[in-house]
Design a protein. Sequence first.
Length: 196
Amino acid sequence: MTGRALIGLIAAAALAVAATPASSATRFGSKLTPTTQPANAGRGILCRQNSPSTMCTAVMTIARNRPPSATQAPKDGTIAKLRLIACYPGTFVLQIARLNRVLKRARVTRTGPLINYRGDRKHCTGETFEIEEFRVNVPVKKGDALAVLATKIGFLYSAGDNGSLAFDPPLADGQPVREAFDEGTGIILLEAEYDD
């Protein structure tokens, strides 16, 4: 092989490596894209109807645009980013839960951090929606589920789907397993990304 042919082969190999997309980070929870609509979420769905100050824990049981297994952490690791889509501002505390979906029972293994989200600048009146991203540092174990501690949740797809289990009073770290009081008001549009 001539030197020129060898240089050409090396250059072609370098281009092939450069064209290969980088491996994407591991994610679980709802799969969010700019067209993932927070249907009927409005300014947020209250934990308890007619009780705006009642706080509860909502544990994700359905992941929008992903298979049922995506509601659970696929491996031990650390969540580095949270992503959500909401129409209006709000606040919640992230919780990590162990869930028995069949018995509708759960317990919380970790609480925090507090997340303040701003919501879509057009309040979801357009064809596409803003995905907000938050840097976090939250350890998870394989099988853990995402949960939200709040008085209302604005990042939902609420079109008749029961995509979460609600607990009132809220679940707290270290407490024993408890049964949910409700099957929730929609699918939580929350996505977690590992620090891979």
